[in-house]
Write a protein that binds this ligand. Structure first.
Ligand code: PLP
Length: 375
């Protein structure tokens, strides 16, 4: 049996979510856009699920748009900018490719892209204040970085942006990719005062292929793909009701268990950190303001080599940040953007936990490291 420590990439579908998926598929055969009885029933269930998600996230239901995952949520948000007159966008150097891959497209459409430094994995408020300019129209800073687990001070960034906005009397959109924050750090969309945020179901034991886009002012958002007008014209295409219901149950389950389980996860993270440090591994994730679910280290061997050695012992980790190893080299450059030396970035290994990670699994992970290093 393998011991799974790549939960920042994806997690196992919970039983409750799986059962909900099947039940919803069977109980709601209609298309929410149809006006017959089955269609109306499906529509009602869709809105009920949206309300449940909204309650957990502390926002109005109409501010939530179901998508096929965070990559699409991000795509919806950034592609909608193509309707606007271009301006300047400030973007952190440590965004996931789902965000950063939009930059060449926006550049082609006349947008000026300005990168925000993120030394040690943190964008400072001073950096944001320094870079805000008369041309700034959009700022994008993720909530929790997927490569190191560093938590960004979104509340303070938003404050700086809003102050600048009121001085200049001009709207600035603030987007925060919050995939690794959902359920795992304090999330406060309303208090943070962001204009948009992205979420993914499969990072919290929900199904893959479903996610959320949060829009503070949905009325001012114009999708480039409204198609049949579903999701109030913010995202066309037949709604994936079984996945939406299963995602909602996974979210509820996560929040019901969070207070009980999170202290254990923090304890395991601290234990892994100290044990690996004692084995002379370099700990790359800072000690403070980080997600308890992510710990990134540098070993003394190339990432892929050490990942395979761990795999031979039944341990699954990520070599680098990746939700995919397709984007080879990108993790390294994100780590290097944080000030991590190239040599360390090529030896980085990300260990990521979930709320259900067990002590026995953590012990197996530590044992595997010991065996590899000391024979
Ligand atoms: N943003 C971050 C920070 C991520 O970690 C991921 C993970 O893959 C994504 C975006 C993309 O999410 P999804 O797989 O739902 O498209």
């Amino acid at each position: 049996m393998d011991f799974y420590f790549d939960n920042a990439a994806t997690t196992k579908l919970s039983e409750r979510a799986a059962k909900t998926y099947i039940k919803t598929s069977q109980d709601f055969p209609g298309n929410p856009s149809s006006i017959h009885r089955e269609g109306l029933k499906a529509k009602e269930e869709l809105e009920r699920r949206r309300e449940e998600c909204a309650t957990i996230l502390g926002v109005k239901p109409e501010c939530l748009v179901f998508t096929s995952g965070a990559t699409e949520s991000i795509g919806q948000f950034f592609s909608s900018l193509l309707w606007q007159e271009p301006g300047e966008m400030l973007i952190s150097r440590i965004e996931h490719e789902a965000v950063s891959s939009w930059m060449p497209i926006l550049t082609q459409y006349g947008w000026k892209i300005t990168k925000l430094k993120a030394k040690k994995g943190f964008v400072t408020v001073d950096e944001v204040k320094e870079k805000l300019s008369a041309d700034t129209k959009v700022v994008a800073i993720m909530s929790v970085n997927n490569a190191l687990g560093t938590i960004q001070n979104i509340r303070e960034h938003a404050k700086a942006i809003r102050e600048f906005e009121s001085e200049r009397r001009r709207k600035i959109l603030f987007f925060s990719d919050s995939v690794q924050a959902l359920g795992k750090t304090d999330l406060d969309l309303t208090g943070w005062d962001v204009d948009g945020a992205s979420f993914s179901s499969h990072k919290i034991n929900g199904p893959r292929g479903i996610g959320l886009l949060y829009l503070k002012n949905p009325a001012s958002f114009r999708s480039i793909a409204p198609a049949g007008g579903q999701e109030r014209g913010k995202r066309g295409g037949t709604e994936n009701l079984p996945s939406i219901a299963a995602f909602t149950e996974a979210l509820k389950e996560w929040y019901e268990e969070k207070d009980e389980k999170e202290p254990k996860i923090s304890k395991y993270n601290t234990l892994i950190r100290s044990e690996l440090e004692a084995m002379d591994m370099k700990i790359l994730t800072p000690e403070e303001n980080v997600s308890p679910y992510i710990l990134t280290i540098a070993t003394k061997l190339p990432s892929e080599v050490f990942t395979r050695m761990l795999m031979d012992k039944g341990i699954c980790v990520s070599s680098g940040s990746a939700c995919s190893n397709n984007a080879k080299g990108k993790t390294e450059s994100i780590l290097e953007a944080m000030g991590i030396k190239h040599d360390d970035s090529t030896k980085a290994i990300r260990i990521s936990l979930t709320k259900d990670t067990k002590e026995e699994e953590v012990n197996e992970l530590i044992k595997a490291f010991k065996e590899i290093l000391h024979g």
